[in-house]
Design a protein. Sequence first.
Length: 135
Amino acid sequence: MKSMNMNQAYSMDKYAETYMKQMEDMMSAGKMSTDAFMKSGSILAKGMEDMMKTCISKAQSSNEKSATAWKSLMACKTINDVAEAQNRMAQQCLEEAMNTTAQMSEMSVKVAMEFFEPINKQMSAAMRKAQSMAA
């Protein structure tokens, strides 16, 4: 009877040890996941800040170009001069819009790729660990 109690005590100790190890592993994985999400959040915030700075810069530049364009329109002496100046302004605005759109798209893709990098690394590490534990 005593040996049975010793086996049960050993079994309970082993169970408790295994349980504690699993809990530590889960807590560690949770911390690493939280760290990855925090890092991703910082990357996203920085990227959005850079994009907003670019937008503000482009808006200021557009305002300056608009003021210059109005001055050139006011200097026109004939309707043909006005039409030519207006065509130049429209072409410049279209080119600037296309350039800005391309720049913002590139920035968005870069931010998205950088944002998901820490999460992807953490998920890959977690999957590798789960596979090794299952094997």
